[in-house]
Design a protein around this ligand. Structure first.
Ligand SMILES: Nc1nc2c(c(=O)[nH]1)N[C@H]1C(S)=C(S)[C@@H](COP(=O)(O)O)O[C@H]1N2
Ligand SMILES: [Mo]
Length: 381
C-alpha cells in the first residue's frame, strides 16, 4: 500500500526533472541536473523531484564545500595522522581502516544553512531552499575504534578534525572539532563508503559521519584526528557556525559572547512535491516530502490544506530510525478550484514539533519552519 503511494510520487519525476534543467539546472559529471549556487568548486542543491527514494543516490545528493576540492588522494599513499593527546601517535593507512570492523549507518546529512533562503529579513550566504539535504547509507569503522589505535588520553575532551582541503585567499583552512562524547558514540563513523562507494566530491577516501548533527561536522577528505583538551578555535568553529544562545530580534547583529556551537539538529519536514506554484486540473494530486529530526526519529507528519485550521496525518515510509529521514505522502483531493496553501508539520520521538516561526539568526542557520507551498487548481473547462 505504502509502496504504491510512493510509486505515485516517483511517476511524476521525468517531466519535472526536465524543468530543472530548463530553469538553469546544470549537469556536473556524476550528477543529475542540479541547482547551481556556486561554481569553482560547485555548491549544488537537489531539486524537489529527486526526493522520492529513502536512500538518496550519489548522483542526486547535494554538494557543499568552502574551499576548492583537494586533488584525488591516491588510496595507496593515503595516511591518516593521529596525534595530540594520545599515547601512541601514528599514521594509519586506508588498508588499516578497512581492516577495522565496518558498520553501516543510514543517516541524513543536512547543511545547517538549508532553508536560509526562507528567512526574513534576508541574511547573506547561499540561499538554499529545501534541497541541501540527503539520506545515505554510510559505511566504515567507528571513529572510536580509529581513535583507539592511538590510545587517546582520558583528559582529551574534544577531537580536532582536518580535511585535505587547504586555505585559499581569505578563506582559512576547514578545521572542526567535536566533543569526545560524540566522537566516541557508536554511530559516529569514519565512512569509507557512501551507498557502496565514496565519491571524490563527498570526501574520498574517508569522511566523518556524525549522525543527527549538522553537515559542518561531517568533515570530508579526513587527514588528521587530534584529541585535545579544548574545543578548536579556528574560523569554522568561531565565529563560524554558531547561533545565538539567547534569541535575537530579527535583523539584529550577533553578540559574539552569546554565540554557541551547533550540535544536534531540530525536527523538520519539507514538501518536495508538488513544486511551489504548480498548476493542476481538478483530481487527485500526490503531495509528499521528507521529515527528519537530528538525533531523534520522526513520529508523525501532518499536512494542512486550509492554512492550518485542520491537519491530517500523512502516510510515512516504514523505517523509523534515529538519524535518518522518513518519506511522507498524502493523496490530496482538492475541495474546489482556486489557489490552495499546503503546509507540513513534523513531530519527533522526543515530542518536539516543527514551529511556525523558527528563531531568526544572523547566519540563517537551522531553518525548520512549518513548510508551506501554494498550488492552483483549475476548474475543468
Ligand atoms: N573538508 C571539508 N569537509 C566539509 C566541508 C568543507 O568545506 N571541507 N563542508 C562541510 C559542510 S558545511 C557540509 S554541509 C557538508 C556537505 O557534504 P556533501 O558535500 O558531501 O553533501 O560537508 C562538510 N564537510
Ligand atoms: Mo554546510
Amino acid at each position: 500500500m505504502l509502496a504504491a503511494l510512493f510509486a505515485a510520487v516517483t511517476s511524476v519525476q521525468p517531466a519535472a526533472t526536465q524543468s530543472v534543467a530548463a530553469a538553469g539546472g546544470v549537469a556536473i559529471p556524476g550528477k543529475r541536473p542540479m541547482i547551481l549556487h556556486n561554481d569553482r568548486p560547485e555548491d549544488l542543491e537537489s531539486p524537489g523531484t529527486y526526493f522520492d527514494t529513502w536512500v538518496t543516490p550519489v548522483d542526486s545528493f547535494f554538494v557543499r564545500q568552502h574551499l576548492p576540492r583537494p586533488a584525488r588522494i591516491d588510496p595507496a599513499a593515503y595516511k591518516l595522522k593521529l596525534n595530540g593527546m594520545v599515547s601512541n601517535p601514528k599514521e594509519v593507512s586506508l588498508a588499516e581502516l578497512q581492516a577495522l570492523p565496518q558498520f553501516t549507518v543510514p543517516a541524513t546529512l543536512e547543511c545547517t544553512g538549508n532553508g536560509r533562503g526562507f528567512y526574513l529579513p534576508k541574511v547573506p550566504g547561499i540561499q538554499w531552499k529545501r534541497g541541501a539535504v540527503g539520506n545515505a547509507e554510510w559505511q566504515g569503522p567507528r571513529l572510536s575504534d580509529v581513535l583507539k589505535l592511538a590510545g587517546p588520553n582520558d583528559a582529551a575532551e574534544f577531537v580536532e578534525i582536518d580535511g585535505a582541503d587547504t586555505p585559499v585567499g581569505q578563506t582559512p583552512d576547514f578545521v572542526r572539532s567535536m566533543p569526545m562524547k560524540k566522537a566516541m558514540h557508536p554511530a559516529t563513523i569514519l565512512a569509507l563508503k557512501m551507498n557502496g562507494e565514496m565519491p571524490q566530491m563527498h570526501g574520498f577516501p574517508a569522511r566523518l559521519v556524525v549522525p543527527g548533527w549538522d553537515g559542518t561536522s561531517w568533515v570530508k577528505w579526513v587527514t588528521r584526528l587530534t584529541p585535545q583538551a579544548k574545543e578548536s578555535g579556528g574560523f569554522f568553529m568561531n565565529p563560524g557556525y554558531r547561533i545565538p544562545g539567547i534569541p535575537l530580534p530579527p535583523g539584529t547583529p550577533a553578540r559574539p559572547a552569546e554565540l554557541e556551537v551547533i550540535e544536534g539538529m531540530p525536527v523538520k519536514s519539507s514538501i518536495m512535491l508538488p513544486e511551489d506554484g504548480s498548476k493542476f486540473a481538478m483530481g487527485a494530486i500526490p503531495v509528499g516530502g521528507i521529515a527528519w529530526a537530528g538525533e531523534e526519529a520522526i513520529e508523525r507528519v501532518e499536512v494542512s490544506f486550509d492554512g492550518g485550521a485542520r491537519w491530517q496525518a500523512a502516510a510515512l515510509s516504514p523505517q523509523k530510525l534515529h538519524f535518518a529521514w522518513r518519506l511522507w505522502h498524502v493523496d490530496w483531493k482538492p475541495e474546489g478550484p482556486g489557489y490552495h496553501t499546503i503546509l507540513s508539520r513534523a513531530t519527533d520521538t522526543a515530542g518536539r514539533v516543527q514551529p511556525f516561526v523558527p528563531a531568526w539568526n544572523p547566519s540563517g542557520y537551522l531553518w525548520n519552519g512549518i513548510d508551506r507551498i501554494g498550488v492552483t487548481v483549475e476548474a475543468k473547462a
